[in-house]
Design a protein. Structure first.
Length: 115
C-alpha cells in the first residue's frame, strides 16, 4: 500500500514562491505517473503538472513557465516549485500516484495567494 503525504502549502503574496513536497511510502513499481492536481472552491479538480518514471514532464497551460515539477528518487519525493504565484493559483493542491492498478491520493495542502 502506498501513502502520499504533502507539505509546503501556506499563504503567500502575489508574485511570491512556494515549494510543495509529496513524500511517497510503500512499494512503487518501476513505471509510474505522479501528478499535482489542484481544486479551487467551486471548481473541478484539475491537473497542474505531471512527471512519469522516465522523467518526462507535462504542465497545464495556466502554469507553464511558472511551475516546475521534479523528483528525488532516493527520497521517493516529488516537488512542485511554484513561482510568480497569482491569486488564481489559490486552491488545495493534491499529489497523485498512478502505477498499474494503483491510484493513490494525498490529503491535500492549501495554497493561498493573497495580499
Amino acid at each position: 500500500q502506498v501513502q502520499l503525504v504533502e507539505s509546503g502549502g501556506g499563504l503567500v503574496q502575489p508574485g511570491g514562491s512556494l515549494r510543495l513536497s509529496c513524500a511517497a511510502s510503500g512499494t512503487i513499481f518501476a513505471f509510474y505517473v505522479m501528478g499535482w492536481y489542484r481544486q479551487a472552491p467551486g471548481k473541478q479538480r484539475e491537473l497542474v503538472a505531471s512527471i512519469i518514471s522516465s522523467g518526462s514532464t507535462g504542465y497545464a497551460d495556466s502554469v507553464k513557465g511558472r511551475f516546475t515539477i521534479s523528483r528525488d528518487n532516493v527520497k521517493n519525493t516529488v516537488y512542485l516549485q511554484m513561482n510568480s504565484l497569482k491569486p488564481e493559483d489559490t486552491a488545495v493542491y493534491y499529489c497523485n500516484l498512478r502505477s498499474g492498478a494503483l491510484n493513490a491520493w494525498g490529503q491535500g495542502t492549501l495554497v493561498t495567494v493573497s495580499s
